[in-house]
Design a binder for this molecule. Structure first.
Ligand SMILES: Cc1ncc(COP(=O)(O)O)c(C=O)c1O
Length: 442
């Protein structure tokens, strides 16, 4: 067979074949060769999490009996207002800030948009029309920056290295007199790398530039102290830490001028109007409190399971662990398998009861390879074969063993059907250019 250059169209047709007939046959064959009982394993906690029982318990009264509007002056309303304040206090205690510095939002995307656009509008008026970010941020940040570019701002996209890290020196070198804000994520949602936030914050402080961090994947997984870490603005999303979807917050250091996000009533100190979603806010406060308790102990347990997964799964030939080995979220495993189409891998994992992801939840469904994996310098054909597992406290040792038994079989079978893989192992000219990015074939 002639070597085929990997293209989205080919990926798509390959996917269709897998989906329609291949997967059914493959699935039946694979199941015959599996010794373990089928399980249900949710290994996609970076995409979203279930509302925990404790969080739901805290929320329920505010959906029924305690339904007051926090702006009402009678007791039912005053109780609701007190509840909002309690929630702000729990979050402030977890981050080491003041409750007045917490603004509730609909989630991480809104918090990111608000932080960056606010700084751009306020400081743009003073001639500061430069923004610094990285090339592997979440789209909530990247698309906001792209929008601002169209409004006349200049954006520097710092390139991450092949392990998904940037250095404080890169930030220092990029800061200019007209820099309005530096926005750099705390931890990456796809490859799990944790960035040197405290040091980047120190560089920004020294240079008098605002520093925002998208901490959606970090809250509850790494200890955060906004004062000690020199953070001016921080975004968080509830549904990643067992609160419900559609709630989050933005931390804004006292004194930083914010533009109004929604005009109307006086909620959120007049900056974001609209009657507050009291049950969701109660749940968020409780979720943050629970998630930020005993982080080092919980992280040690989860990372031991993550390491077993990484050690075993990277024994599969021609694969690559994406993201730094050390500076990594405790639950993140991201591996590319050469000659495998990521979506097919996920569909088969699903047949085995394993929920995983091939990239950001928000972009899956698109045929473009992940911008995060491309930012690492990976060729398209390596980036396309990626699998992200994001495990949690609820992932057991048995779950880990089941994944370790299942993934290699699926990879082997998919490679058996892959023209790309056939070309690589038969040494077709040009077909091996991806090999320098992956572990040896044999
Ligand atoms: C790093 C990061 N930032 C922002 C978001 C968006 O958060 P939300 O879904 O709450 O809008 C996500 C969600 O996947 C994320 O992972």
């Amino acid at each position: 067979m002639k070597f085929l250059k990997f293209q989205p169209a080919i990926a798509y047709s390959t996917k269709m074949v897998y989906n329609n007939i291949g997967l059914i046959l493959l699935n039946a064959n694979l199941k015959r060769g599996t010794s373990m009982e089928k399980r249900f394993i949710y290994a996609d906690n970076a995409a979203t999490t279930a509302v925990s029982e404790k969080v739901l318990e805290a929320m329920l009264p505010y959906m029924t009996k305690q339904f007051g509007n926090p702006s009402s002056i009678y007791k039912l309303g005053r109780d609701a207002e007190k509840t909002l304040n309690d929630s702000r206090e729990k979050i402030a205690a977890a981050l080491n800030c003041s409750p007045a510095e917490i603004y509730f939002t609909s989630g991480g995307s809104e918090a990111d948009n608000w932080a960056i656009r606010s700084a751009a509008i306020r400081l743009g008026e003073k001639g500061k029309k430069h923004i610094i970010t990285t090339n592997f941020e979440h789209h909530a940040v990247l698309h906001t920056c792209e929008f601002l570019e169209k409004q006349g701002f200049e954006v520097t996209y710092l390139p991450v290295d092949e392990n998904g890290l940037i250095t404080p020196q890169q930030v220092k070198d990029a800061i200019r007199d007209d820099t309005a804000i530096v926005t750099i994520m705390y931890a990456n949602n796809e490859i799990g790398t944790i960035l040197p936030i405290k040091e980047i914050g120190a560089v920004c402080r020294e240079k008098g530039v605002l520093f925002h961090t998208d901490a959606v994947q970090a809250v509850g997984h790494v200890p955060i102290d906004v004062k000690d870490q020199n953070i001016d603005l921080l975004s968080c999303s509830g549904h990643k830490i067992h609160a419900q979807k559609g709630i989050g917050f933005l931390y804004v250091r006292r004194g930083i001028p914010m533009v109004n996000l929604i005009f109307g009533g006086a909620q959120e100190r007049g900056k974001r109007a609209g009657t507050e979603n009291v049950p969701a806010i109660v749940g968020l406060g409780e979720a943050v409190r629970l998630a930020c308790e005993n982080i080092p102990e919980k992280a040690a347990e989860i990372s031991a399971r993550r390491d077993r997964l990484i050690n075993e799964l990277t024994k599969i030939p021609a694969c690559r662990l994406n993201g730094d080995r050390q500076n990594r979220l405790c639950g993140n495993v991201n591996i590319s398998f050469l000659g495998v189409e990521g979506e097919s891998l996920l569909l088969l994992l699903d047949q085995f009861g394993i929920c995983a992801s091939s990239g950001s939840a928000c972009t899956s469904g698109s045929l473009d390879p992940s911008h995060v994996l491309l930012a690492l310098g990976l060729p398209h054909e390596v980036a396309h074969g990626s699998m992200r597992l994001s495990i949690s406290e609820e992932t057991s040792d048995e779950d880990v063993e089941y994944i370790i038994e299942t993934v290699p079989k699926i990879v082997e079978r998919l490679r058996g059907m892959s023209p790309l893989w056939e070309n690589i192992i038969s040494g077709k000219p040009g077909a091996d250019k991806s090999l320098k990015f992956v572990s040896p074939i044999k």
